[in-house]
Design a protein around this ligand. Structure first.
Ligand SMILES: O=C(O)C(=O)C[C@]1(C(=O)O)C=C[C@@H](O)C=C1
Length: 388
């Protein structure tokens, strides 16, 4: 075997292209699978098959003497299966809602390069739609643009694995007629960006959105003599820093946005935890139908009476019907001090007759109940391998 680096890299490139070709072939098979499942009405996800598939691959690698860790094999194939499940979901959803290949207008917070913009692009790519980008100065403007028809969809961050719920978005959801039609988990990779080559120790002013500042609080605490300037979005921060062109100012933003504004990355991975993911929601004027074959979720808005145990009684309905709740959030109701509005996300499809019956029952335990939307669960939980 030659040790010439150029030659080795050529060989790596050749293998990578083969891998790509095989991945593309497997991706096409996912479409055949969904067409077959359409006929049989089988659920898209089959976790038993996934477990068998992973186990068989690990055994095969061992038998063949491949130097590949079981954990490595599992991680790679979980990602491949995730793509397969999401591809199948998109196929069914587009067919059910008669969506054609067309250009869609999506509103999001910030200028081009904001995290919401990157999430909007990712959503449009997943649904293979041409995207017309509508940047907004506030979350409220995102809601308004969808309501007026200027935008087809609005993309909004709802929660982050480091900083938690985005309260402003929850509050706006309390008063909207729009429907939640989708979700998207987007990895958020913060970095320090500056207009000129500089050391992090030179920075005296840091620009970013309050959420970003919160998610990078530990990194910021480690800096000395730094002043924080809050901006409407991380993309505004990047644009400002680019216009100033000084070595003592920097923005906290993302690498992709930084390229757009001609910024240099001084430091990456500065969020408090490495698994920094934001869950975005997609809003539209009209609700979507979700195929019964898809694992779906529903977000409810609920108020209960002020009597002792009223919330526990309401929640016990989910237990009775074997429905899993993935999120419970509460926010104040403006004009009614000390009363709370509850946001309940459940793993259920509102088109199912049993779920409709359950919601009727829930009405009896609440003073207000509204369905904010039913949507495909786009967070594909990886299967756990059976213990040895
Ligand atoms: O075999 C199936 O039923 C598929 O849908 C394909 C596949 C895969 O990509 O391997 C994807 C999702 C299922 O949960 C199981 C396996």
């Amino acid at each position: 075997m030659s040790l010439d680096l150029t030659e080795i890299r050529r060989e790596i490139t050749r293998i990578d292209r083969q891998l790509l070709k095989l991945l593309a072939e497997r991706h096409c098979l996912a479409l055949d699978v969904v067409r077959s499942k359409e006929l049989t009405q089988k659920p898209l996800r089959d976790t038993e098959r996934e477990q068998q598939l992973l186990q068989a691959l690990i055994c095969h690698a061992e038998e063949e003497g491949y130097a590949l860790e079981p954990q490595y094999i599992t991680q790679i194939f979980q990602k491949i299966i995730e793509d397969s499940v999401l591809t199948q979901q998109v196929y069914l959803q587009k067919k059910l809602n008669q969506q054609r290949e067309q250009s869609i207008h999506i509103a999001f917070l910030g200028k081009l390069g904001s995290y919401s913009n990157l999430a909007a692009r990712s959503y449009a790519t997943r649904y293979r739609e041409q995207l017309v980008e509508l940047s907004c100065a506030s979350f409220e403007q995102v809601f308004d643009k969808v309501k007026s028809g200027e935008a087809d969809y609005g993309v909004l961050p709802l929660e982050n694995t480091t900083s938690g719920s985005i309260n402003e978005v929850y509050d706006l959801l309390q008063h909207t007629d729009l429907s939640l039609i989708g979700e998207l988990a987007y990895p958020i990779k913060h970095c320090v960006l500056s207009a000129t080559p500089a050391e992090v120790s030179q920075i005296r002013t840091l620009y970013s959105h309050p959420q970003v500042i919160q998610q990078c609080s530990r990194f910021i605490q480690g800096l000395s003599d730094v002043h924080i300037e809050y901006c409407e979005s991380s993309s505004h921060a990047m644009q400002k820093v680019s216009a100033m062109g000084r070595p003592d100012v920097a923005a906290l933003g993302n690498e992709e946005g930084g390229k757009l504004y001609g910024l240099q990355v001084l430091k990456t991975d500065i969020a408090n935890q490495p698994n920094n993911i934001t869950r975005f929601i997609i809003l539209a004027r009209n609700a979507l139908s979700v195929s019964a074959q898809i694992h779906s979720k529903t977000l409810l808005l609920m108020r209960t009476s002020q009597q002792a145990g009223a919330l526990v009684d309401a929640l016990s309905i989910f237990k009775k019907h074997g429905i899993n709740m993935t999120k419970l959030e509460s926010r104040p109701i403006y004009g009614t001090p000390w009363e709370e509005m509850f946001y309940l996300e459940i793993e259920a499809n509102i088109n199912h007759p049993d779920i409709r019956k359950m919601l009727e029952e829930l009405k009896g335990y609440s003073t207000y109940l509204k369905i904010l939307g039913c949507y495909p669960s786009e967070i594909v939980k990886p299967v756990a391998l059976a213990a040895e």
